[in-house]
Ligand binder design. Sequence first.
Ligand code: C2O
Ligand code: CU
Length: 504
Amino acid sequence: MDAVSRRAFLKYAAAATVSGSIAVACSSPPPTQRFITPDDPEIAARDRAAAAAMVVPMALAARPVTVDLGGVVANTWGFGAAAVGPEIRLTAGDRLRAEVVNDLPVGTTIHWHGIAIRNDMDGVPVLTQEPIAPGQRFVYDAVMPDPGTYWYHSHSGLQLDRGLSGPLIIEDPNESLRYDHEWTVFLKDWVDGVTGTPDDVLRELTAGMPGMSGMNGESGTATARPQYLLTDGTSALLGGDAGDVNYPYYLVNGRIPADPPQFTAKPGDRARLRIVNAGADTAFRVALGGHGLTVTHTDGYPIEPVRADALLLGMGERYDALVTLKDGVFPLVASAEGKNARGLAIVRTGPGEPPPPDVPVTELDGRIPMAWDMSASQAAGLPRRDVARTLDLRLTGEMSRYEWSIDGIPFDPTDVESNRFGVRGGERVRLVWRNDTDMWHPMHLHGHTFQLAESGSRKDTVIVLPKTALATYFDTDNPGVWAFHCHNSFHQDRGMMGSVSYEI
Ligand code: C2O
Ligand code: CU
């Protein structure tokens, strides 16, 4: 942000604080409540030690691009020649200096998912910065404090559902795991520039499902068969509906199964998989044919290792797993949960024909531990402490009108006060995700990594099953205005979002 626009933004933020607190709504904070703003010196002070940090420069230009998905060409918005942005890799404690140039026809911001970043670099329009206008640039400059598997993506509108995302790997200077290979497995559902755009998908979702109440199709005309709406996809693991959208393709590292990416190694080698679900509406069930997995990390944080045949990842979630490779050619399958389709990669440790894209993989139906079955490693667990505050967040909305909300109120993306929940610094917060809807939601909190129950795994994004409540715990140690939302892009866009904001 240049000096002028920054000032304008700060003025706007201040005005919003004053006018927003006068404007009604019973969940609004009382007029006396004041919140820290992203420009507060306390926030910049967080990175003061960073003067000594190693600076890792990165140039990202968001622009219209034509990408090859493996024989299928898509016109999309991306950061380069591929459907996945470049992998950013640094070491915990390094300072990322990412210069983002916006060559898109609309505004954008970039968010660093899962990172306990300083708030003014978090990349959420209106909450932490003005969007970067077309033709403008913005430098994200912040220390990356914690090791782990993360990712970055646009946080504007439905841009995440285009090519505007990529992996962000923060290496541990004291890595204790031993492995011969490290493979990033970046999963994505894909429509953009093939049969339509994410906006076309949202238009169909909001037009309503045939035969559903609340649809606003023209009366008297027969409704066309939906192109994208998933009408029959269910998942036992997700408690019912698997998702809302049928995508034409599911990608592993930007490739379709007809021309899959290939990982090569020697028999007996150990590989560390860093699996990221960068999808917009698809949970992926991931397995390596003929192999078991040892799961080591949830959303970047170490756990007590658990054995698994497959893993189920909601949008925004990551798992790391170790695997000791057998001799041969194996399918690494990312099955689109409830959607009867898959993404594919090939793992090769010897000669031979690759398996066909639809090869059966029995591990997909084997043992699938969920995040709430896992425990943080001793070092990664939060210390025991009394809860100072409980935030009870009701996830609300319905499929028929395709409106999603928090406590019945859809987020207003122009209003920093919208669905704002206050905390104070230095608190242990119990954050309860209370899902009142008939669908599962992958709920994400920015700037913090919570813990499931008192000794569960550490997560920043967690699957909340329909009609259930899930308690999570975090410490308020990173002041700012922090978005939380469903990581289903369409639910987020239609209002299932708010903020956890630090009071002054
Ligand atoms: Cu992956 Cu609000 O972000
Ligand atoms: Cu949702």
